[in-house]
Design a protein around this ligand. Sequence first.
Ligand SMILES: [Fe+2]
Ligand SMILES: [Fe+2]
Length: 266
Amino acid sequence: MKLVVLSDLHMTRPGEVLAGIDPAARLEAAIARINAAHGDADLVALAGDLTDRSRSQAYEDLRAALEQLSVPWAATLGNHDNRDVFARIFGPGALNDDGFAQSAHHLRGEVVILLDSLEKGPGAGGWGQGRGHLCARRLDWLARELDRAGGRPVHVVLHHPLLQVAPVPDPWLLEDPGPLLAMLDAYPDIRGVTAGHIHMATTTLRRGIPYHTIAGGHATSRERFGEGAGRRRFAGPGQMAVILSGAERTVLHFDDYVDANPELEA
Ligand SMILES: [Fe+2]
Ligand SMILES: [Fe+2]
């Protein structure tokens, strides 16, 4: 099974650049990379922050761009998204019966599950809170899908990381991850949990389950260790996860589709 994860596209209005980066051009590069190199993928999962300010035009441009993909795709939402605007532009099938951008995909004997950790923020004009949340309805849905997965290998994709990765604790991760961690711990074959949001490439192993975060499509954060330690922002890379999975093992490649490093000749 081959799964590609895109995250943090932060689409804006046409021509509007964000921190010097044109999100539409980045998305175009990602789609070109997938069609050229990952046309054999079973699914492209979009891990939220599809847009930067939930503008209708940004969702419309995203939908039009995704029509160029040669691979099926599914999306969930991040704190920069607006669930109502997303559903209006992408149609009623974009949300499940509970009204969340959650979906499960049975692919070559494995299961990919997208969770919707967007929590609408009071007074935030329809944007989400920085912190993510999974309410009882969303977790109940997951419990049913894990039951349906029946022990097959499961891959989870959501916007907010569950675990701290930085030396200084990040206040904007998934709120109260305990119930979700317990469900994942109880399932026999979780192959990985892939998130975006912090715009940083990391892997954490906890109780035998790998938790990844990817840099995603927009600005990248990295920890600057040593002198002047702290989190710094960089213009890139533009990065997707490419997950190759079979009965014996699962590998995640951090595939940089925007990469400032020139390839060596030999
Ligand atoms: Fe983001
Ligand atoms: Fe985010």
